[in-house]
Every structure is written in structure tokens, then in C-alpha cells.
Design a protein around this ligand. Sequence first.
Ligand code: NAI
Length: 338
Amino acid sequence: CPFNLQTDETSILRRENCRTKGGSSGFKVAILGAAGGIGQPLAMLMKMNPLVSVLHLYDVVNSPGVTADISHMDTSAVVRGFLGQQQLGSALTGMDLVIIPAGVPRKPGMTRDDLFNINAGIVKTLCEGIAKCCPHAIVNLISNPVNSTVPIAAEVFKKAGTYDPKRLLGVTMLDVVRANTVVAEVLGIDPREVDVPVIGGHAGITILPLLSQVKPPSSFTPQEINYLTDRIQNGGTEVVEAKAGAGSATLSMAYSAAKFADACLRGLKGDAGIVECAFVASEVIELPFFASKVRLGRTGVEEIYPLGPLNEYERMGLEKAKKELAASIAKGISFIRK
Ligand code: NAI
């Protein structure tokens, strides 16, 4: 039985009935790793999302406190908490969208790949639960190294016979959010007016902002291009160093994850023209997984857009990124296959 400190089970049912009668059904969303640095603010933001009717908060520690806290927010989503592996199945059953920020973050001096040994096993266990309890859910994978954890999740789902590449998305939204912010700073405009496609993957040189495709159309000097590319590729490290051992990006990541989850839910609802960048199974280049612009719809990723024209600088960046990306993808796949 999940614990619920918001209210008793009868009144939850009463509220769910009310909502059904009112005709405003929403989506059921689970956050795995909900008590963490990303998980907590993300839980708060998802509780504020009017498209969410039920919010399940799962973690191996501290989820009762987070659930009690979040449940006092006077928004309509019903919140339930789940603690420990034994409750994973209940946390996942019936979910439309599962967001995974579970795992350890970087400390200064670490690369995302240094997290592989711990996070690969965590992602494997959680995806086995998804395959069993909500095989049709959309999965938003945040745990690093994303370039390897997405292939791990795909292999787990293939083994279970539930793999649908349209429903598995590595979250690279923070790279786009950072790119929009720094490009807006350089252009001296509001970041909400800026759209920078960021392709490739989610680690160092695999993060490839396409500054030649920025909207509104803009041109940059070579110095600006070097500066912007460096800030976008190393934004995560900038935060890890500033936090000096206390973790990696959590607040900007929770914002980005909530923005991305909202796009997935609007797609599920049937809204048209929902386009975001994500790390997905792809055929846009020769690698089996790649981040690029995708259109989100009722079945998840409904279209993957071609990269569009790249300039010489971007083509060189892509060539450099491919080698690292290929190795990270292979590492994830072999973690499950071996
Ligand atoms: P954190 O350590 O603050 O929180 C992680 C949470 O996961 C903890 O509450 C922990 O108890 C939980 N957890 C550990 N094992 C679990 C399991 N087996 N099942 C469920 N929950 C489990 O870490 P933080 O800062 O929230 O980061 C989480 C992950 O997100 C890290 O891997 C980090 O590298 C990644 N990240 C990804 C970004 C992206 O752009 N995709 C950006 C920033 C971080």
C-alpha cells in the first residue's frame, strides 16, 4: 500500500471521482528519484501542472517527507508517495509518463561517464519495473550519463519484449535551456524569444549547439561562437564547480525536466506542433541514438527532423562528437547484453 500523508484513501477516491465527473481527466505521472536534488523541485513543478491528475513520488529514501510536503499544495493533482524497491511496482502501475532523475550526480573533477558504474544498475532496475508495470508509458530519462543510460533502457525493454523507441526519450532540454539563455545574453534579447537547436548527446563535446540555425536568425563572430559553444558544452561543469561538492544542476534541471515533461503531456493530449530536442533512437546519422529536434504526439516521438544545413564549424564538431557518442552508446548496450 502506498503511504499518503495528504489525506486518506477514501478522500483521494472522492477527489478522483469528482475530477472524472467534472470531465477533466489528466495524466498519471511518476517521478523515480523524487527525493533528490532534481526530484524535489521537479515534483513541485509537476504538482503545479494542470495536465497532471495523479503524481507518484518514488525513492529509496525520504519520499514520505517530500510527499507530505508537496501534497499540501492546493493544486488538483493527487500525490502519493512510495518508498523502497518493494513499492516500485505500485508506484509505476497505470502511469502515462515516468520521469527518472534517480542516481548519483557529479562532484568536481568528474565526467558524466564516471557515474556509469552506479547509475547503470539503478536505471536497469527501474526500467525492468517499467517494462513489467507500465510498458506503454512514455519514459523521460534524466540520470547520467544519458548517452549510455538511454541505450541501457532500450536494451532492458528489448529483453522484456516491450521496447517502443517512440516512447523512450533522453532529456537534453537543459542544454537547450542553457543555450537559449547564453545566446539571449549575447544578443541582448529576452531568452523566451530565442530557440537554439542542440543536437548530438548530453556530455561535453557531444553537446552540439547549432548556432547557424538560431531563431531569430542571428550571426555571431568567431569569438562569440567559441564563447557560446564553450558555455553551452560546459554549463553542467560550471554548476558542479560552483556547488563545490554539493551536487550538480538541480534547479535549472528540474525546470528543464518539467518543461520537457509538459511538452510530452501536451503531445499525448493531442496538441499539434510540439517540437523539442531529445536524445532518442534515430536514423538521422549513422549512430543508433542521437539528440535532435523531434515532434511529440499521442504515441510519443512521432517524427524526427533532419539536422538541416550545418556550417563548417558545426560539421567539424559533429565529427568529433560521433566518436565519443558511439563509445558511450556501445558501453550502455554491452552493459545489458554481457
Ligand atoms: P541526488 O543525489 O540529489 O538525487 C538522486 C536521488 O535518486 C536520491 O534521492 C536517491 O535516493 C535516488 N535514488 C538512488 N538510487 C535509487 C533507486 N534505485 N531508485 C530510486 N531512486 C534512487 O542527484 P540529483 O542532483 O537529483 O541528480 C540525479 C541524476 O540526474 C544524476 O545522475 C545527475 O547526473 C543527473 N542529471 C542529469 C541532467 C540532464 O541534463 N539530463 C542534468 C543534471 C543532473
